[in-house]
Write a protein that binds this ligand. Structure first.
Ligand code: HEC
Length: 105
């Protein structure tokens, strides 16, 4: 059986690094980092505050699943419960952010 590449990535058969982020997804992630106020608390791509953890190399510390949980978790809070999380975003938006962050290494 011949599986398409994304299915192999999802199945964990290919390293996540093989999941190149399409330019539009990267642009979406950058837009969200601004529109969702992430940089009010986090440093990323040489911009932003350091109230929260620096995200410049977050992809080498957290897996994609962990990143997803930080952004949209069952308790629906972020920053140790001080702000709501990002569960209100579309699944595709969460995907774009998760992939973008996991590529920061
Ligand atoms: C009001 C400040 C604030 C905003 C806005 C905010 N965060 Fe955070 N974030 C924090 C704090 C504080 C923590 C650490 C506490 C925790 O883990 O809950 C954190 C944790 C994280 C972590 C885990 C970091 C680690 O080292 O474990 C990630 C990833 C993250 N935020 C991404 C984002 C993204 C992406 C956005 C925007 C969509 C965002 N944050 C918006 C304050 C914020």
């Amino acid at each position: 059986m011949r599986l398409p590449i994304p299915a192999l990535v999802l199945a964990g058969l290919l390293p996540a690094a093989a999941a190149a982020q399409p330019p539009d997804s990267e642009a979406l992630a950058r837009r969200l980092l601004n529109s969702q106020g992430c940089k009010a608390c986090h440093r990323i791509e040489a911009a932003g505050a350091v109230t929260g953890p620096n995200l410049e190399k977050i992809g080498s510390r957290l897996s994609r699943e962990q990143l997803r949980t930080v952004l949209a978790n069952p308790q629906k809070h972020h920053a140790n419960g001080r702000i709501g999380d990002f569960s209100h975003l579309q699944p595709g938006e969460i995907d774009a952010l998760t992939l973008f962050l996991s590529n920061r290494k």
